[in-house]
Design a protein around this ligand. Sequence first.
Ligand code: DX5
Ligand code: ZN
Length: 241
Amino acid sequence: MNHSRTYTRRDMTNVLSTTARRTLIAPSILSADFGHMAEECRSALDAGADLLHLDVMDGHFVPNLTMGPDMCRGLRRAFPKVTLDVHLMVMHPQNYFEAFVKAGADHLTIHIEAMPPADAADQALELAEDIRELGATAGLAINPPTPVERFLGLVEHFDLILIMSVNPGFSGQAFIPEVLDKARRIRPLLRHDQRLQIDGGVSPANAPTIRAAGVDVLVAASAIFGLPPARRSEAIALLRG
Ligand code: DX5
Ligand code: ZN
């Protein structure tokens, strides 16, 4: 892909690209009330959330359909300064990069499992470059059944590594504790400007073990939006530790 321009607002901060090693909490809007999305996000941000995580599903890569660039655009309008982290659980993710970045995404994560197996590594590297050329940061995600060895050589080329702790598709699933071995393998390979994210089944109960494994960006949908607004700041504080 050859892009003539970048779209990211240069005056804004992408919290995923800052080097400060603070644990970040990323509410996944998948469990928010879609009829009151801006209010829901406002409540999570007021409760201390650091960014918003958008789960994009295409009904092919995962058996669910969720949201597209228009949701991103709406959130960007409502929250001009908030980092928008877009998790692409779709086939052919490259078809959507430009639309999401134009709609205000700061960060795009792609899945290794969405790449053609014959040249997954080469394609992942190429797509990381395409994402950065557009002005966003790039993440690479790995599903629970995928061996970490498929991934280790790619780690240095991404701004963020996302370890899935459920099989993607739906909020509210149980955390798969075995994936923490992947976090422990990947953490020592990361530079100070890279982030390690986990997504799926994250709760105040398992957050201490997750952080101890080296994860510094915790995504949570039901553990935040499953609570009434008044209880969300306590949940976020517990997740952050
Ligand atoms: C899983 C999505 C997650 C999901 C997390 O397919 O990528 O972001 O919404 O939901 P909880 O936190 O409820 O497991
Ligand atoms: Zn996600």
